[in-house]
Design a protein around this ligand. Structure first.
Ligand code: SAM
Length: 126
């Protein structure tokens, strides 16, 4: 569980290699989500646990896409490919008003909170 506010960043060592190593496996899923988004046209999208911002960077430019993540290291990568879209925040305390988004996605992040079940307490009204 990362959201214990300790200074340790679990992604410090892997953030620079994350996309290089995982994109070959994840690109099919990422592209499928882009196809879905083009079809359904959500105007405002929130990516919870956005990591390097890869998924956000692939979305059509007419969508207002925002990401949150806890990891400084992952957010540093996100700044390069999803400039200005990703911010530091905790999934269990999402800093947006209710009904701010048409769609909330969270890819490959729920497992981060298996111990405390806190990701399960997302307020999906955001
Ligand atoms: C396996 S990565 C997935 C990143 C991205 N969603 C993707 O598709 O590649 C999990 C991400 O969840 C983030 N994370 C873990 N716990 C979090 C929390 N409580 N709030 C926000 N982000 C969190 C981690 O920092 C990490 O970037």
């Amino acid at each position: 569980m990362i959201s214990d506010n300790t200074p340790h960043d679990d992604y410090d060592n892997s953030s620079k290699m994350y996309d290089v190593l995982l994109n070959p496996f994840l690109s099919t899923i990422r592209n499928a989500f882009v196809d879905w988004a083009i079809l359904n046209q959500p105007k405002r999208v929130l990516d919870v646990g956005c990591g390097t911002g890869k998924q956000l960077s692939l979305l059509p430019k007419n969508m207002e896409a925002v990401g949150i993540d806890l990891s400084d290291a992952m957010l540093a990568q996100a700044e390069q490919q999803a400039k200005g879209k990703c911010h530091q925040a905790d999934a269990i305390n999402i800093p947006f008003d209710d009904n701010s988004f048409d769609l909330i996605l969270s890819q490959f992040a729920l497992h981060e909170c298996v111990e405390s079940d806190q990701f399960g307490s997302f307020d999906l009204n955001k």
